[in-house]
Ligand binder design. Structure first.
Ligand SMILES: CC(C)(COP(=O)(O)OP(=O)(O)OC[C@H]1O[C@@H](n2cnc3c(N)ncnc32)[C@H](O)[C@@H]1OP(=O)(O)O)[C@@H](O)C(=O)NCCC(=O)NCCS
Length: 173
């Protein structure tokens, strides 16, 4: 039916998983392959989302285009893109496990993300980073040109807050 949402939903985040191989490593967008416990183990210790609950990670994966890096069956890296697949995308939760760093995996991951069919022609592709600007610059990202036009609600310590008043080590990504 012309004008229905049928086509858009058929092209949803996991419609046709992309898989690409380089040496012993695979990057896949197949969400069923993701080791959620492993992703949670990293993200709950990360500087940007310390203490994130596993169920929040699970829901975040369900609502995003996810890119896993696998070495054999092991989840060694991850990123996800929150997007309407038409105008806007936000890149989040990018990591490579320490023992696999320095081999170009993050740059390969960025190549796969930037060439993904659902992420073409966007008006804005955003991300936040503490110190990896030089990685993302290689893929066209620049500092926000007009920060005075940007607004946000930032609950930086949301996962660390407890009724007892937990202390916070959270930093902005
Ligand atoms: C950042 C991270 C994903 C890089 O992974 P990696 O597989 O080792 O990266 P690569 O080998 O593909 O190389 C990364 C490139 O970005 C550059 N770079 C810029 N800032 C960097 C940073 N903070 N950390 C690592 N590399 C960085 C490197 O110099 C390299 O470029 P070059 O080859 O032109 O010199 C990894 O260090 C990591 O997981 N860090 C902890 C989590 C994190 O900070 N994630 C990013 C959140 S925004």
């Amino acid at each position: 039916m012309t004008g229905s949402l049928g086509d858009a939903s058929e092209a949803g985040p996991n419609a046709s998983p992309v898989e690409t191989v380089r040496g012993d490593y695979v990057i896949s967008t197949d969400r069923s392959r993701i080791d959620i416990a492993a992703v949670h183990a990293f993200l709950s210790q990360s500087y940007w989302s310390p203490g994130i609950p596993e169920d929040t990670v699970r829901r975040g994966i369900a609502g995003a285009i996810c890119f896993g890096i696998y070495h054999g069956r092991a989840q060694v890296g991850f990123a996800r893109v929150i997007t309407d697949q038409a105008t806007y995308a936000y890149l989040a939760d990018v990591y490579v496990l320490e023992e696999h760093r320095g081999r170009g995996l993050a740059k390969w991951l960025m190549e796969v993300i930037m060439s993904h069919a659902a992420l073409q022609g966007l008006r804005r592709f955003a991300l936040s980073t503490r110190d990896a600007h030089a990685l993302y610059r290689q893929f066209g990202f620049e500092l926000v040109a007009s920060p005075e036009r940007q607004m946000e609600i930032m609950r930086r310590n949301i996962y660390l807050e407890s009724p007892a008043g937990g202390s916070s080590g959270a930093e902005r990504p």
